[in-house]
Design a binder for this molecule. Structure first.
Ligand code: SAH
Length: 382
């Protein structure tokens, strides 16, 4: 079986969560840098990583790495890579994204066109043809330049992995599915503990949690770019990975997961998304405003993404809303609360400093994951 070095980009600040996930899938990590985890794996690993990783953005085959300070270096370095190992005669290939940090070369469009030319030159020599129809399978490349070191990755995923295939309908400011999954994994929540998202919007936290509870692989309901690359990954291995995923699903679990939102429309969207994901039987959604939040049981978790006053609500409403969050949290006996928010005065109005706090980039936006830790339940309740 062919072996690769595979690179999985992720949200900045969540590398440790992704690393743990990859290790649990059974692969050896070779490098962790900001926003990316690299590991070793074979064809089977490539399939399983796409299908099972909840917190990665995509899976790239690392084609190579070389230094480049000029476009000539970039051209020569690119031409020297074994493109024919991946791209067939009729393949469509292009640099889908180029990112440059602290490097002399930085213009994405120039990097893209120089690399494309270099790849064409290489393939002309190998395939003895001057013209490429590019009518076959698609081979999108992603390139990172870091301190003049170029790293080239071939994207096996296609649409970002946060697209699970269940969320056709979104809220105004939805949280990415892979970010929601990573945040859930940062908490001690598990399927035997109560989970409430009082600002559930399109239902991302409850749905991701329910999929975890049911041991449902996040990629089961979607396809991947590399599924058509039979010369790189044998078809049978995708089948095997999908079969493995199918066998693992357990819909007989009875988790206590609730999603509330003040907006009727959001509640129906959340229900529809849960249905699409196949976990509607594991979640209870209801229209309910924060002011009416209560729960009779102890030791639950609030895990949520409240409005933060940029896109959704006006800034003036935030103090009152966060004061209410604090008040409601204090009334829940022995609960823990985790919230991701870009609102800078969150702790102040909640009325208590978070026990832990983690900086996370949601796209370009700096947000914080505030963690208020409740007591652990006694053994018998766990
Ligand atoms: N994480 C969600 C998005 C949450 S956006 C997702 O992925 O889709 C915040 C949500 O809070 C919005 O859907 C809004 O309707 C809801 N909301 C605002 N004020 C509220 C209140 N007082 N009580 C309950 N929900 C509220």
């Amino acid at each position: 079986m062919r072996r690769f070095e595979l690179t999985a980009p992720c949200h900045f600040g969540l590398e440790a969560v992704l690393k743990r996930e990859i290790e649990r899938l059974g692969y050896d990590i070779t490098e962790v840098v900001d926003g990316r985890v690299t590991f070793r794996g074979d064809e089977e690993a490539l399939c399983r990583a796409n299908l099972f990783l909840r917190t990665a953005e995509r899976i790239l085959i690392k084609i190579g790495s070389f230094p480049a300070e000029t476009f000539e270096d970039l051209f020569q370095g690119t031409r020297a890579l074994p493109w024919e190992d991946y791209i067939p005669k009729d393949g469509k290939f292009w640099v889908a994204k180029a990112a440059s940090i602290k490097s002399k070369l930085f213009s994405p469009s120039d990097i893209q066109s120089v690399m494309k030319k270099a790849m064409v030159e290489r393939l002309k020599g190998v395939y003895h043809q001057d013209w490429f129809s590019e009518e076959g399978e698609r081979f999108p490349l992603r390139v990172f330049l870091m301190k003049d070191q170029v790293t080239v990755g071939l994207d096996t995923t296609g649409d970002s992995l946060h697209k699970r295939g269940y969320r056709k309908l979104v809220a105004q400011a939805p949280i990415a599915e892979n970010l929601a999954a990573a945040l859930l994994m940062l908490t001690p929540w598990n399927k035997d503990r109560i989970l409430v998202d009082p600002f559930c919007g399109s239902g991302t936290f409850p749905v991701e949690a329910a999929m975890m509870a049911a041991n449902m692989a996040p990629g089961m309901k979607r396809g991947f770019a590399a599924e058509g690359w039979e010369h790189v990954v044998r078809k049978q291995l995708w089948k095997d990975a999908r079969e493995e995923a199918g066998d693992l699903v357990d819909l007989t679990v009875k988790p206590d997961i609730q999603g509330y939102d003040i907006d009727d429309k959001m509640v129906s969207i959340a229900r529809e998304n849960a249905r699409m994901a196949g976990v509607d039987g594991l979640i209870h959604f209801q229209r309910r405003e924060l002011a009416r939040l209560s729960h009779p049981k102890k030791y639950g978790f609030l895990i949520t993404n409240p409005p933060y006053g940029e896109r959704l609500h006006d800034k003036e409403q935030m103090p009152e809303l966060y004061r209410m969050i604090g008040e409601k949290y204090r009334s829940l006996d022995s609960w823990s609360m985790y919230l991701i928010s870009a609102y800078e005065n969150a702790e102040r109005y909640i009325g208590r400093k978070a026990d832990k706090n983690r900086k996370i980039y949601n796209g370009m936006m700096k947000t914080y994951f505030y963690q208020y830790l409740g007591p652990k339940p006694p053994r018998s309740d766990r």
